[in-house]
Design a protein around this ligand. Sequence first.
Ligand code: FES
Length: 173
Amino acid sequence: MADNGRDLAKQRVSRRRFMIMTINGVGAGTALLIAAPIVGSVLSPVFAKRKTPWVLVADISRVAVGAPTAYVVNLPTDEGWPVPPVPRTVYVVKLNLNGKVQMITLSNVCSHMQCDVHWDLNLQQFFCPCHGGLYSIEGVNIGGPPPWPLFRYEHKLVGTTLYVRNVLTGTGA
Ligand code: FES
C-alpha cells in the first residue's frame, strides 16, 4: 500500500516535470522564432558580400616621375554596417624602373602607430613626424620604428584617369 502511494507520487512528479519541460520547450521555440529574424536583420550587413567601389582620384598625367603627389579621396569602407565614406590621402608615385614608368598608390598611414606620413622634399623620403619613421619612395620602411612598408591601394587607370578602391594590397617590401 505504501509502495503504491510512492509510485503514484513518482508518476505525478514525472507528469509535472513533463508539463514543465513542454512549457519551457514551447517558450524557447517561440522566443527563437521571434528573435531569429531580428538578429538576422541586425547582423546581415556584417556578412553581406559587398563590392568595393572604385573611386575617382584625378587625371594624373601631370604627376611627375619621382615626385609623389598626395590626393585626398573619400573612400567608402567595406566592412560591417554601412557608414559614410571617409577621407583618405592617397600618394600617387610614378617610378622609373629600368626605363619603364610604373605607378603605385600608397597609403599615407604609418605602419608604426598610424600617424600620417608625408613626402619630404628635402629628404626625398616619406617622413613620419610622430617618431621619425622613414620610408623610401616605393614606401619601404628604411628608418625609425615602422615595422612594415606603407600599404598600397588597389588602383586602375582609364587612360590617364586614376581610380582607387579601399582595398589595401601588397606592400613595397
Ligand atoms: S607612428 Fe610613424 S614612426 Fe611612429
